[in-house]
Design a protein around this ligand. Structure first.
Ligand code: GAL
Length: 364
């Protein structure tokens, strides 16, 4: 009897030992188990005082102009998206006037907006608008163009250096040697600097090699097509029409340059870049007097901005896919991808996507 009890006790002791050992082993395993891959970095998250759920979200939209077709589309897209999502969108257009944009922003804040979407006419001049908005507890989304030297909360745009790279690569492959007219956009627009930076990555090395000579290089005030035309006319005169290629930063300025070339019988003979996939530019590409443009789907951009504004108003987290420094902070950013377009892929990129209509592009 005593013997059996001993054996039982032994077995029991053994079983307990086994379970204790198993316990620490699994703990070791957890320890041993490689730490789970770090969760993808939770990108910048903005917290904002809640908008009472029953209150209609009010978003202010301040745009620099409606002169370029793309800004008209940005406005239309955001108005349609706001309507669809039941938010009140208050829109102001500052006609390329920094002072007017400041006054309009003040007016929007006075109307009790929850969030401000701001595309600045003047990148540095708009910084006080961000301060003003923050004082009113309103967050600011920098739209397409970055507000410099400010604590702006989110930047939604395209990869603008990439836009320039697409233009630079295209024109240097088409004209690897010769005299170049280089234009840049408005000096008050940070995008103009980014486009130029991207394009010069391709042009400068060929200049250094002596293959390309930049015979004229100028920034175009307020992106004005008429200014671009004047600059091109002067450059053609000064160089006795001996120009083989033009870097034009957008379709508006490209149109001005091509007018100057046409006056000298050079339209279609001198390759010209562009940007914005305007209808007029698509027609010029089909006609062969403009070489290319860069497609930036403003439908995507507008929708992303309205979606972010709603999340901000609700104090929800905002996703971003990068950071862009504005000389004050690394601004959380959502950058979309631009696409090169020329006569070979125009139908596919611009018409099949529904951005432009076939009958409009090919109408004589
Ligand atoms: C830039 C914008 C371009 C262009 C230009 C002129 O900031 O990114 O798409 O059209 O302004 O408005």
């Amino acid at each position: 009897m005593r013997k059996t009890v001993k054996i039982m006790a032994l077995i029991l002791a053994l079983m307990m030992a086994v379970s204790v050992f198993a316990g620490c082993n699994s703990a070791k395993k957890q320890e041993a188990a490689p730490a789970p891959a770090p969760a993808p970095e939770k990108k910048e998250e903005a917290k904002q005082p809640e908008t009472k759920t029953d209150q209609k979200i009010v978003v202010g939209l301040s745009l620099p102009t409606q002169r370029e077709e793309r800004w008209v589309r940005d406005k239309e897209t955001m108005e349609a998206e706001a309507k669809k999502l039941g938010i009140d969108l208050k829109v102001q257009i500052s006609d390329n006037d920094a002072g007017k944009q400041m006054a309009q922003a003040e007016n929007l804040l006075a109307q009790g907006i929850n969030v401000l979407i701001l595309a600045p006419h003047d990148a540095t001049g708009a910084a006080p608008i961000v301060d003003m908005a923050h004082k009113a507890g309103v967050k600011v989304i920098s739209y397409d163009r970055l507000v410099m030297n400010s604590d702006v909360d989110l930047y939604i745009s395209f990869d603008n250096v990439k836009v320039g790279e697409i233009q630079g690569k295209y024109i240097t492959e088409k004209v690897p040697k010769g005299n170049y007219l280089v234009l840049a956009g408005s000096p008050t627009d940070n995008n103009a600097k980014l486009f130029r930076e991207g394009a010069m990555k391709y042009i400068q090395p060929l200049v250094d090699k002596g293959d390309i000579k930049v015979v004229h290089d100028e920034w175009v005030k307020d992106w004005q097509p008429s200014e671009a035309m004047k600059i091109a006319e002067n450059a053609l005169t000064a160089n006795k029409n001996n120009i083989q290629a033009v870097l034009a930063p957008n379709d508006g300025t490209a149109g001005g340059v091509i007018q100057a070339l046409a006056a000298q019988g050079l339209a279609g003979k001198v390759p010209v870049t562009g940007q914005d996939a305007e209808l007029a530019a698509a027609k010029r590409i089909v006609e062969g007097i403009q070489s290319m443009t860069v497609f930036k789907d403003t439908r995507e951009l507008g929708k992303a901005a309205i979606a972010a504004a709603i999340k901000m108003a609700k104090g929800e987290n905002i996703e971003s896919n990068g950071k862009v420094n504005n000389n004050k902070i690394d601004v959380p950013s959502l950058l979309l991808t631009p696409i090169a377009v020329d006569k070979d892929n125009l139908d596919k990129v611009l018409i099949d996507s529904g951005y432009l209509k076939k009958e409009d592009v090919y109408k004589k």
